[in-house]
Write a protein of this length. Structure first.
Length: 696
């Protein structure tokens, strides 16, 4: 398809268990992409988009699967993303290359912890979105709650486009507030949408809700406002046009509702995707950097311009690497030569495929705006590819730091070889999964976003690589920081016959704010050539060198600012190396004098539990040094308990929670912040670290 105006690139994101993959399955079915509906859980083959064996077994989405469907003669590229916080980089990667999104909420749970994370990611990439309030058939379904929480918890401006006909087990359709008609799904799988008059008992509510909708939209269109003030009828076309304008400017989020599992409301949502979400022509333009002159350039979704595309996700397959790619400008054509902007390496495009979960369809080319995959290209996630005549690079994705680590080793040499191969592949595929060899113990340490994240990779080593792996105890990724200012004045001087080494640095280090996104800040205040300009980068490198290993327990140091205020140099003996050594020594001494403290990762924990266990759950979190920040009671007899808990206290919590609640509760956990550890914890951690170093 070459008509960019008839193309949509959308993601489907949500909190775990909101029915997101089920919704995608229905979209595939109604668009004719599949001919049989499979459920996420159950004895069948599992949902189409959950193609990894582990996904089918656990009933969760681990990786982003992509597919293309056609609806009303339009092409929609859909990315189905994980809802579990441990796989949040998958959501981040998808939103980075999408033009629009559907945020799925559960009608009972409303806005939950991962909904907040996903919303933050959508705002970071300025992705316009629709909201689908799912599971309207569930006991306790309350669409008004979802709308309230979209306002209160996410600070969005939700505008309902529909109201439900019935709720819970009596939910059987929706009223369209623009057309003022009722819509029902009929047929074995809801494949036919029947239009009807609004039930008499809902007419006055529908009229009131329509007035509220028009009032909200009047802020975005003067003509619509005038018609309202004059009491005139507002034409349907004008309403649609205003909804689209307000959605694309991020002024509103249109809200739709239904039950994917019960096959209700999905086709109307697909209509809304075409009507209100942007084509690549209407989406916010992507800005790249021209590496020739370091200037920003706006990429145009024009297939005739030079090529610029972004590799946003890679997976290593049996027949070579699969690179998911978004084409921003130009056309990617099989057999042509393109350049990796990061490495400067030229590659020939071998095979191009359009993905459908794990199946692929060969294609010859992909134009601006499209999302496809290249087969057999060696690159990293986040690489930009261009035509040979330009040298642009797109901004890479935001990658959060891992918070949890494990030591792993193979049971024998063969397992070690297999494990090493698997770990290298996983690290290439997932930027939040890190592997390193501990300098002291020579152990292989894997790090990630949570226990589930690492569990999945260990399980994949066993299944996909047949590696027998032994796993150590989970380790917390502590950090160190400073609490006060400290001055430094250090001279490095060495005379060894011939030219010596000389460098003198003077300045201050200071703590950065705890909410600062910078872990290190360097300020050069040198005036009048006290230190020649060519030595300043070496000074900065020397300061940065020390950030890798703090004085308390050898953990990385964060949130430190450094000013370089003065210094001295020698015409003959000064060098970059001399100033780097001087800066290192100055920084080490300054950190020791600046009140260093140990920081521990604090996790945002949300427990969903039957209300009868609320007291026990709160007690269990408090006993783990948790601070309860709120408890929400849901109409279906469950409660959501929100708490901030140190990661070091959360190991083994799933087993504890299961026994406390007879297996009826579940929890999610994501990184929130680093905070100073209490002195007894800090002393214990430092003593354990010292013992470990002594053993090694």
């Amino acid at each position: 398809m070459n008509d960019i105006a008839k193309m949509r690139n959308i993601g489907i994101s949500a909190h775990i268990d909101s029915g997101k993959t089920t919704l995608t399955e229905r979209i595939l079915y109604y668009a004719g992409r599949i001919h049989k509906i499979e459920e996420v859980r159950g004895g069948g083959s599992g949902a189409t988009m959950d193609h990894m064996e582990l996904e089918k077994e656990r009933g969760i989405t681990i990786t982003s699967a992509s597919t293309t469907v056609y609806w009303e003669d339009n092409m929609i590229n859909i990315i189905d993303t994980p809802g579990h916080v441990d796989f949040t980089v998958e959501v981040e990667r998808s939103l980075r290359v999408l033009d629009g999104a559907i945020l799925v909420l559960c009608s009972v749970g409303g806005v939950q912890s991962q909904s907040i994370t996903v919303d933050r990611q959508m705002k970071r990439y300025r992705v316009p979105r629709l909201v689908f309030i799912n599971k309207m058939d569930r006991t306790g379904a309350d669409y008004q709650k979802g709308i309230r929480e979209l306002k209160d918890k996410l600070n969005l401006n939700p505008v309902p486009m529909q109201i439900p006909i019935g709720a819970e087990d009596k939910f059987n359709g929706v009223v369209d507030l623009i057309k003022m008609k009722a819509y029902y799904n009929v047929g074995d799988n809801g494949e036919t949408v029947r239009e009807d008059e609004i039930p008499a008992n809902l007419v006055s509510e529908a009229q009131a809700r329509r007035e509220e909708m028009l009032e909200a939209l009047s802020d975005y269109n003067d003509q619509l406002m005038e018609l309202l003030l004059e009491g005139e009828e507002v034409p349907e076309d004008l309403i649609h046009e205003t909804v689209k304008t307000a959605t694309l400017s991020l002024g509103i989020v249109p809200v739709f509702m239904g039950s994917a599992f019960k096959n209700k409301g999905v086709q109307k949502l697909l209509d809304a995707v075409l009507r209100y979400l942007p084509s690549p022509l209407e989406a916010e333009k992507q800005v790249a950097t021209d590496l020739e002159n370091n200037q920003d350039v706006t990429l145009e979704p024009d297939p005739s311009l030079p090529l610029c595309c972004l590799a946003f996700k890679i997976t290593d397959e049996q027949f070579g690497q699969l690179t998911y790619t978004r084409v921003y400008q130009g056309t990617l054509t099989k057999g042509t030569q393109i350049v990796n902007a990061r490495t400067g390496k030229k590659i020939r495009v071998g095979r191009l495929v359009r993905m459908h979960a794990n199946d692929r369809e060969n294609i010859d080319s992909a134009g601006a705006g499209d999302i496809i995959a290249m087969v057999g290209v060696d690159c990293s996630s986040g690489d930009t590819f261009c035509s040979e005549d330009i040298h642009f690079t797109c901004e890479s994705i935001y990658v959060p730091e891992p918070v949890i680590s494990l030591a792993v080793k193979g049971k024998d040499n063969e397992s070690n070889t297999r494990m090493s191969k698997g770990l290298n592949r996983f690290m290439k595929e997932d930027p939040t999964f890190k592997v390193k060899i501990d300098e002291e113990s020579l152990e292989t340490i894997i790090s990630g976003m949570g226990e589930l994240h690492l569990d999945v990779y260990i399980e994949r080593l066993r299944r996909e690589y047949k590696a027998e792996v032994e796993v150590g105890q989970p380790q917390v990724n502590y950090r160190e920081t400073i609490t006060r200012k400290s001055n430094y004045d250090y001279t490095h001087k060495k005379q060894t016959g011939g030219s010596g080494q000389y460098g003198c640095v003077v300045g201050t280090i200071f703590p950065l704010d705890s909410d600062s996104s910078d872990n290190f800040q360097f300020v050069n205040n040198i005036k009048g050539g006290a230190i020649p300009g060519e030595y300043i980068p070496a000074c900065e490198k020397g300061f940065r060198d020390v950030m890798d290993k703090g004085p308390l327990a050898g953990f990385p140091v964060i949130r430190v600012g450094v000013t370089l205020d003065d210094g001295k140099y020698h015409d003959v003996d000064s060098s970059e190396m001399a100033f780097r050594i001087a800066s290192r020594a100055a920084m080490r001494g300054a950190i020791r004098s600046a009140g260093p403290v140990l920081l521990e990762p604090i996790m945002k924990v949300v427990v969903e539990s039957p209300s009868e266990y609320q007291g026990s759950v709160v007690g269990s979190l408090s006993s783990r040094r948790g601070i309860i920040s709120g408890i929400d009671s849901l109409p279906d007899g469950t409660c959501l308990i929100n708490a901030s808990v140190p990661l070091g206290e959360m190991f083994g919590y799933s087993t504890n929670l299961r026994s406390l609640t007879s297996g009826k509760a579940s929890f999610t956990m994501e990184f929130e912040k680093y905070e100073p550890a209490p002195s007894n914890i800090a002393e214990k951690v430092m003593a354990e670290r010292r013992d470990k170093l002594n053993e090694d």
